[in-house]
Design a protein around this ligand. Structure first.
Ligand code: HEC
Length: 194
């Protein structure tokens, strides 16, 4: 008695899928799992804010990414690599001395449940936040990342100001502090105006 037709088709289909998965492993993209050195972090308003961010954001927005086993297997590795590269590109909590143009948006993305991405939460239940934790993180992010007038003045006197948000990035700002008028744009070195 010959095998039912659907069984043969299924066997062929499985072999094709298996073949594709094996071939996919040869693609070089998705293997850069380096964690660059950890630089300056934001001045967190509390250790709770940092802990919540570490739990829900650091895998993609820091240099402390945990690389799970499936991040070594294509095609998942492509997705993970893309998330981490893009995530670090817009916001990197381990490189706070570099312009992090999206810092002003962080709290909003949390409140609107845009971040962390849903697909990530499926595989990372530990990163899920309760409503109370979400609100706490959003408040904490605003307090830690969006400079107030005073903290801005402190940063100005230290010589460097991080970008607040993309909207502000190219605006020239003048700032008066300790009888010196400073000028420059966020993300750049400030200079006294003569
Ligand atoms: C699975 C990886 C991943 C995690 C975890 C993650 N993000 Fe993102 N995030 C991204 C990627 C990728 C982008 C850029 C593309 C996009 O906008 O979807 C991004 C973009 C952003 C942006 C830029 C604005 C925007 O909407 O594009 C902000 C702000 C942000 N994330 C904040 C956070 C915060 C805060 C957390 C933690 C609560 C977090 N993200 C967790 C991957 C991640």
């Amino acid at each position: 008695m010959s095998r039912p037709r659907w069984k043969s088709l299924l066997a062929v289909a499985s072999l094709v899928v298996l073949g594709l998965v094996i071939v996919a492993q040869v693609v070089p993209y998705g293997r850069n799992h380096s964690n660059p050195p950890i630089g300056a972090e934001p001045s967190w308003n509390s250790s709770t804010t940092r802990a919540l961010a570490a739990r829900a954001c650091f895998d993609c927005h820091s240099n402390q990414t945990r690389w799970p086993w499936y991040s070594h297997v294509a095609p998942m590795s492509w997705l993970v690599q893309n998330h981490v590269d893009e995530g670090r590109g817009v916001l990197n909590f381990s490189e706070w001395n570099r312009g992090n143009s999206e810092a002003g948006e962080a709290a909003e993305t949390v409140r609107e449940r845009e971040m962390p991405p849903r697909s990530y939460l499926l595989l990372h239940p530990e990163a899920r936040l309760t409503d109370a934790e979400r609100e706490q993180l959003a408040l904490g992010l605003d307090a830690s990342l969006v400079p107030t007038r005073q903290s801005r003045a402190d940063q100005v006197s230290a010589g460097v100001v991080n970008a607040l948000s993309a909207d502000h990035a190219n605006v020239d700002i003048t700032f008066c502090e300790h009888s010196t008028i400073w000028t420059g744009s966020e993300g750049q070195r400030w200079r006294p105006r003569i």
